[in-house]
Design a protein around this ligand. Structure first.
Ligand code: ADP
Ligand code: MG
Length: 394
């Protein structure tokens, strides 16, 4: 990677402000239900501690809309981080102000301080320079390690870099290294698997993939917009009517560029999007008018598996069906199994796709699971990420 990383600078005895992505999922009792994002930041945190830095961590959590919302406090994260690292984690109830300055000042090399949710201040999302300067005043060095927020230009990941010597951390470095394997010179055959709810979310990505991929496999609800564009009747399945022209255009371009764009042969249909409802598989040209397509069928799984297995590069974004409901999870599970069995580079981008691969137990069988849904989507679409662009080159 051409950006400065944390090992390119001297951190000995310095206060290092690290923007992490501790935007973890919480249940109704503020219990953290998944540690992935905390664990992903550990290599950088441990490196800094081992190199005698005082580590000040900051993050957002959820969408408090610029107000203090106790249910979105990072305090539970401080507790969990303490357990994971086996070190005391100091916590302060704000991210700017005199108390925070004092806590940062008192922090010694080898110690960790976690600041409160940066989005409790409306200035965070506005990338307010005064607020950014306040954050920067806490430290000598800034490290951006929040890949999940890298597609946003906020004060704590972009603004603050104006005022301090800045680098990316090991997680961002790793994310970019893997995503570049798909984006720049993918080893061929290169297969992209696309699903999820909306075509509209993923048009830019598909455009980019048309330049590089050998095969594009479509599943998820977005398949029905493509099928409808081809004149199939899709019953009550989700369709984005206004994206039908875009779907046609994509299929046309795929033909011109000799990219194999595959649509499912069969789909699992039901009358309701619910557990315990009756369901069965039908060919895509026989979807009943009163039914919703909620998964890809077994024939499609077999066909896609044949294409995925010999691929040298695979990128997967978006589940194949409504995998949260077990009746409609088999397509996604089958594709997860195929991706796990592929010996090439396999990359999972997208929050729900990452959740799916973990749920089905294949997380350790893929090359890389991105910690940033939106950020990986934008990066793979060829866009510059402001949180990375702001860091100087080596
Ligand atoms: P990612 O977060 O991996 O980018 P998306 O957010 O685009 O994925 O889509 C994930 C959601 O798509 C899941 O919640 C899943 O239930 C839903 N989904 C997939 N297929 C269908 C379908 N056929 N009908 C309705 N919802 C679907
Ligand atoms: Mg999602």
């Amino acid at each position: 990677m051409h950006k400065k990383t944390v090992s390119d600078i001297d951190v000995n005895g310095k206060k290092v402000l690290v923007r992490v992505d501790f935007n973890v999922p919480l249940d109704e009792h503020q219990n953290i239900t998944n540690n992935t994002r905390i664990n992903a930041a550990l290599p950088t945190i441990n490196y800094l501690l081992e190199h005698n830095a005082a580590v000040i961590l900051m993050s957002h959590l959820g969408r408090p809309k610029g107000e203090v919302k106790p249910s979105l406090s990072l305090k539970p994260v401080a507790k969990l981080l303490e357990k994971i690292t086996g070190k005391k984690v100091y916590f302060v109830h704000d991210c700017i102000g005199d108390d925070v300055k004092q806590a940062a000042k008192n922090l010694k090399p080898g110690e960790i301080l976690l600041l409160e949710n940066t989005r409790f201040h409306p200035e965070e999302k506005k990338n307010d320079p005064k607020f950014a300067k306040e954050l920067a005043s806490l430290a000598d060095v800034f490290v951006n390690e929040a890949f999940g927020t890298a597609h946003r230009a906020h004060a704590s990941n972009v603004g603050v870099a104006e005022y301090l010597p800045s680098t990316v951390g090991f997680l961002i470095e790793k994310e970019i290294e893997y995503l570049n394997k798909a984006l720049l010179n993918p080893e061929k055959p290169y297969t992209a698997i696309l699903g999820g709810v909306k075509v509209s979310d993923k048009i830019d990505l598909i455009q980019k993939l048309l330049e590089k991929a050998d095969s594009i496999l479509i599943g998820g609800a977005m398949m029905f917009t493509f099928l409808k564009a081809l004149g199939f009747s899709v019953g009550k399945s989700l369709v984005e009517e206004d994206k039908i022209p875009a779907a046609l255009e994509i299929m046309e371009q795929a033909k011109e560029r000799c990219v194999n764009l595959y649509l499912p042969e069969d789909t699992v249909v039901a009358k309701e999007m619910e557990e315990d409802t009756e369901f069965h598989s039908v060919p895509v040209d026989a979807i009943p008018d009163d039914m919703i397509g909620l998964d890809i069928g077994i024939l499609t799984v077999r066909k896609y598996t044949e294409i995925i297995k010999p691929s040298k590069t695979v990128i997967w974004n978006g589940p194949m069906g409504m995998f949260e409901i077990s009746s409609f999870s088999h397509g996604t599970k089958g594709i997860a199994r195929a991706v796990a069995a592929c010996s090439g580079i396999t990359i999972i981008g997208g929050g729900d796709s990452a959740a799916a691969i973990e749920k089905f137990g294949f997380a350790d069988k893929v090359s890389h699971i991105s910690t940033g849904g939106g950020a990986s989507l934008e990066y793979l679409s060829g866009k510059e990420l402001p949180g990375i662009a702001v860091i100087p080159d080596k």
